[in-house]
Design a protein around this ligand. Structure first.
Ligand code: C5P
Length: 220
């Protein structure tokens, strides 16, 4: 499918941990030739910087300095994707001043000519409320824990399914209950439940949502 010529398209995907939004975002970006930003990496990288400098994850001024120092191009995903980094990122992400620092960076990325695909927790609600397409990606807890356990095992991490499930539950609760930009489905987002979908079926469903929205854009 091609985009309407000359039109920029912003695609926002949000959802809880291991819902499949990252994989979908990467595939949509490749399909439409758009740049992709995994916004979770920003919080993971800020958390990593704090850990590396021996600072506490809830030290607001150090966390703000860490967030200010981030460059979008130097994410070491090998380090940032580890199990403990998701938990650490979620602690840092609950600090409103950190989110404020990262807001402009994410908005600047989204307003690139041609558009962009961003995935995270608050893309459709806070970062890009004007996004052309919003998808809230979800899946049941057990499915998400299975996926994350497999992913971590592939990375060579020693994982226990029950621990991974407990991690995800704790992180979802923190992300959903924080006061600043909690994990929330935007009112105008389409929900995509990937519980019973493999990657290809989920991608086909996401494309259908985008194409429905793009047709609407063209006729607007
Ligand atoms: O998506 P990922 O698991 O990499 O995100 C790590 C953590 O970063 C999340 O649990 C959440 O606390 C935080 N995050 C956020 N807002 C985003 C993306 C991620 O608060 N837009």
């Amino acid at each position: 499918m091609a985009l309407n010529s000359g039109e920029a398209m912003i695609i926002a995907l949000d959802g809880p941990a291991a819902s499949g939004k990252g994989t979908l975002a990467r595939r949509l970006a490749a399909h439409f030739g758009l740049p992709h930003l995994d916004t979770g990496l920003l919080y993971r990288a800020a958390a990593r910087a704090l850990i590396d400098s021996g600072d506490r994850l809830d030290d607001e001024s150090r966390a703000v300095a860490a967030a200010r120092g981030l460059a979008l191009t130097d994410f070491n995903e090998e380090v940032l994707r580890g199990r403990e980094m998701g938990e650490a990122a979620s602690v840092v992400a609950a600090i409103p001043a950190v989110r404020a620092v990262l807001l402009d960076t994410q908005r600047a990325f989204a307003s690139r000519p041609g558009g962009a695909v961003l995935d995270g927790r608050d893309v459709g609600t806070v970062i890009c409320p004007e996004a052309d397409v919003k998808i809230f990606v979800t899946a049941n807890l057990e499915t998400r824990a299975n996926r994350r356990a497999l992913e971590l095992a592939k990375r060579g991490e020693k994982v226990d399914y029950a621990d991974v499930l407990a991690d995800i539950l704790k992180r979802d609760q923190r992300d959903s209950s924080r006061t600043s930009a909690p994990l929330l489905r935007a009112d105008d987002a389409a929900t995509l439940d990937t519980t019973h979908l493999d990657v290809n079926a989920a991608f086909a469903a996401a494309l259908k949502i985008v194409s429905g929205r793009a047709t609407h854009m063209g006729s607007a």
